[in-house]
Design a protein around this ligand. Sequence first.
Ligand code: ADP
Ligand code: MG
Length: 333
Amino acid sequence: MKIALTYNLKKTDSSKPADYFSEFDSEGTINAIASAMRNKGHSVELVDAESSLLLNYFKKTRIDLVFNIAEGKSGKFRESQVPALLEYLKIPYTGSNTFSLALALNKAFTKRLLNAENIPTPAFQIFKTGKEELDGSLRFPLIAKPNCEGSAKGIALKNVVNAKPQLYKVIHELKKIYSQDILVEEFIEGRELTVGILENGKIKVLPILEIDFSGCATSGEYFYSWRMKEYQGDEKLGLLPKFYCPASLDKETEEKVREVAVKTHLAVGCFDISRTDIRLDKDNIPYVLEINPLPGLDPNESNFPLMAYAAGMKYDDLIEAILSGAAERKELN
Ligand SMILES: Nc1ncnc2c1ncn2[C@@H]1O[C@H](COP(=O)(O)OP(=O)(O)O)[C@@H](O)[C@H]1O
Ligand SMILES: [Mg+2]
């Protein structure tokens, strides 16, 4: 097949905040995906989704399928931008459609849907102005995070708070930087899990990955903060997460975790691939934090490939599975 790989490239720009490009992909990831597809016999063109010539490129070039990892330029619906253009031009692409991408990027809307489907998710409140009265039913500790970001952007140790004054301070700081609604939710102390799903004709749940923060005492960051994602492995900073795949869970808990991930994937309407982030509380209730329809695919560092390797897949097979999932749908998303 002739494939176009659409992406947004991670850059370095000291005039921008440190986490500005965190959602975007490195040249290494982009090249790894392209080589994986070439190894399977496809011809591949790299297409920078940042380019103003994007529309022209797709109008002029005949492409069988787009492998889309583009996170989009900016705005609350950014992940839907490339899919919207492809839908307009009737070009099939991998992964979720405009609707699911926009929905999953909005944590609060996703959580309302999870509540309606009886999928456990931490109790929450949205702060639009930052001056709202705190919902009295919410129990501290609470965590505040931007409602429409990913890659742990804006998530730091200080976001986990035990009292109202701290909470309002963090909300105001986040609002100032990210100019969007702030999601406040109950902080679930417990184990952190993430569940990968590949949908290639039928749904396949990959071995569950546990991220263990127990070795992070020096930093005190027992969760996936932005610093944790960015500097993991740094001993001095105390950012030493350990990864276990498959996670060691009793059969009943494992089944519950798999089930909530599948239900979330289906409720949000994801296609081909998704990764659901979960916290397991002390009673082993799996609380869904969010679903990522465009999970990172760095062959060495991202969570999703780790889970595929644990399932016995090679990186090239993972990329081919996503591709053939989309090709077999034989319909526009
Ligand atoms: N309610 C919560 N309880 C416990 N940890 C949380 C909660 N919300 C976020 N976190 C921590 O912060 C990380 C990032 O939050 P998440 O909602 O997944 O946002 P992102 O889109 O940035 O990945 C999670 O992986 C988890 O470690
Ligand atoms: Mg997450």
